[in-house]
Design a protein around this ligand. Sequence first.
Ligand code: SAM
Length: 408
Amino acid sequence: MSWAFEGANTRYLTHDIHRYPAKFIPQVVRRIIEEYSQKGDIVLDPFCGSGTALLEARLVGRNAIGVDLNPVAYYVSKVKANPIEPRRLKRLWSDFSQKLSPLFGFDRVKPYPLPKKALEVLSSWIPKRQLLDMRRLFTLIMEVKDEDFRDFLLVGFSNIQKNCSWWLMKSVKPTRDFNKKVPDVIPTFVRQVEEMIKKNNELWSILRDSKTWVRVFKADARELSSVVTDSVDLIVFSPPYVTSYEYVDVHKLSVIWLEQVDDLRPIKQKFIGSLSARPKNVAIKSSLAMEIIRELSNKDGRLAKAVKTYFEDMQLSFKEMDKVLKDDGIISIVIGNTKLKKVDVKNAEVFAEIFVNMGYKLERVIKRPIPSKNLPTVRDPKTGKFTSVSSSHVKVYPHEFILFLRKV
Ligand SMILES: C[S@@+](CC[C@H](N)C(=O)[O-])C[C@H]1O[C@@H](n2cnc3c(N)ncnc32)[C@H](O)[C@@H]1O
């Protein structure tokens, strides 16, 4: 059976309650979990992002632990995989949503007091009227006593940040579009939460008799063993990539609200793959990594340093994974290779080499085609240039790897 899962629905249940870049295909991670763990086992995703693996683990009767540094990832994963009992949710939402009406004094709610600089940044992204409503809404959310419900609302609040600001919707990088007609906050929020409630209820009815659990930690994967105290049966993840997404920038507005900070730089530095990450001076256990860094340093010193830091950081996280994985357990990595300045950055090979040098056995490698929603990319067989489908024969599908490494 193919691992492509072409045309698969990736948005079922709570999978799409919040946008998140570079998500797992749920069907891919479900198959990994089913093939490499048993019911009742503990699955860990140390870079859990939006929590795709955690929800899939529960759906097939496993327990799961998720770790991610991004506060957005923390809330989304927690809410996505832990549905609230529908009657309780209905009651809580009915009480809460009343307060959003001017009749119930919404206009007199105190705007949330954020640090001055944070407010300045938000003001440069969000029109005045919308920002005032958001600050009032945030005050009401932070007053909610029921933690599960508060987190549920925070996810809804976070997901409307891009809609209700000048954020250019089709861009993951922070880009403003001052021609955008910015919608009102309250109706957008209400629609978002009502959509989430439907999905929550659907999931709850599936999991109602399940004894499984999901725990999520906002923590650094390089310090995994300080939060993960169980030993786990399977680790599955797709890593951050070097120079790809700056996760703090992607969720800039949400991070300002959720962390209530006015300087994002110290947070950004901790993200693996960020250009702000600091070198560690760790000996990388991969000769291929050293070769890639050497080749890159002839072309771009700064980029070479970033790639070196990236491999160092990933290796530090691998050491931590090793501490929490049971003997004979499996680490599965879903990963693509990248090209920087025409140098092939063979992440999959480098990661496999590091793990093998740590004593792991590379048990299986799957090359997975990534089905494109657009026309297949094609190369002209004579010129080698990308061209239209009709004039060529050689199809070039992008692909990624799935590695299976056993702790021996
Ligand atoms: C490719 S994404 C994972 C997406 C996830 N598989 C999903 O389905 O949504 C990589 C994740 O690594 C996280 N990350 C980056 N540096 C980290 C660190 N030092 N510790 C923990 N997580 C980190 C990012 O916040 C991001 O969510």
